[in-house]
Design a protein around this ligand. Structure first.
Ligand code: PGA
Length: 252
């Protein structure tokens, strides 16, 4: 089973545009057997787009807060997302970490999301790659921090997205190679099996994100051995996103 997640970030500018993109993404899953799609629009659009959720097409959010209700100006709780019928949430995206989110904030958000039975897509990734390999330690710490205290039984609702920051967005140095990804998957898997045990740790999907497009996507799935993709810019491009979803399905 491949999981293709669209992280729409703060796009598009209007709800009608958002609806069109969501309808197209939903059409992309028709007839699929081995691939599922999750789209994560801005909060404001999620109620409308959430109504399109169905088989192999889920709708999620890009963040959540750990308290259920409270005097927290501008925040949206995991509980609110769940009550709205959303099923997935991205937590710890590098663009949120860049705004000040720390590993322990991520841990609290993950715990809240799990409590609400949301499938929780936790983003990890290094800002730079140094020759000494310190980035391995950093990503390992992000994993350990995010899942400390999460019971093994909840691991079926966890997805990890490896997104090297240097490969994300229009300022990206370059996309990671499938080989860059593969060595990181080995490291992430090691941490996950240590936390959740072998069986559960091996079942947690690990996605790749960062400058994924219709040309490089298959390399991450086939050679990088990713269980799916977390796609930013290209998730808003109806044709290219559909092509990636269809190609993922065709992969054996
Ligand atoms: P990108 O974004 O595909 O536009 O690089 C990925 C992400 O930030 O999730």
């Amino acid at each position: 089973m491949k999981i293709i997640v669209g992280n729409w970030k703060m796009y598009p500018a209007t709800l009608p545009e958002a609806s069109l993109i969501a309808q197209s993404s939903r059409r992309a899953v028709r007839g699929l057997k081995r691939t599922r799609v999750v789209v994560c629009p801005p909060f404001l659009y999620s109620e409308r787009i959430g109504k399109l959720a169905g088989e192999r097409f889920a709708v999620g959010a890009q963040d959540c807060f750990w308290e259920d209700v409270g005097a927290r100006t501008g925040e949206v709780s995991a509980q609110m997302l769940a009550k709205l019928g959303l099923t997935h949430v991205i937590i710890g995206h590098s663009e949120r970490r860049a705004l000040g989110e720390k590993d322990d904030d991520v841990a609290k958000k993950v715990a809240a999301a799990i409590r609400e039975k949301l499938t929780t897509i936790v983003c990890v990734g290094e800002r730079v790659r140094d020759d000494g390999g310190a980035y391995f330690g950093l990503v390992g710490e992000q994993i350990d921090a995010a899942f400390s205290g999460i019971p093994t039984g909840a691991s079926k609702r966890i997805i990890v997205a490896y997104e090297p920051i240097w490969a994300i967005g229009s300022q990206a140095v370059r996309a990671a190679t499938p080989e860059d990804l593969h060595e990181m998957i080995v490291l992430i898997r090691k941490h996950l099996t240590r936390i959740f045990g072998k069986a559960a740790g091996f079942r947690i999907p690990i996605l790749y994100g960062g400058s994924v497009d219709e040309k490089n996507a298959m390399g991450y799935l086939a050679r990088g051995l990713a269980d799916g993709l977390l796609i930013g810019r290209i998730s808003l491009d109806k044709e290219k996103f559909t092509a990636i979803v269809r190609n993922a399905e065709a992969l054996r």
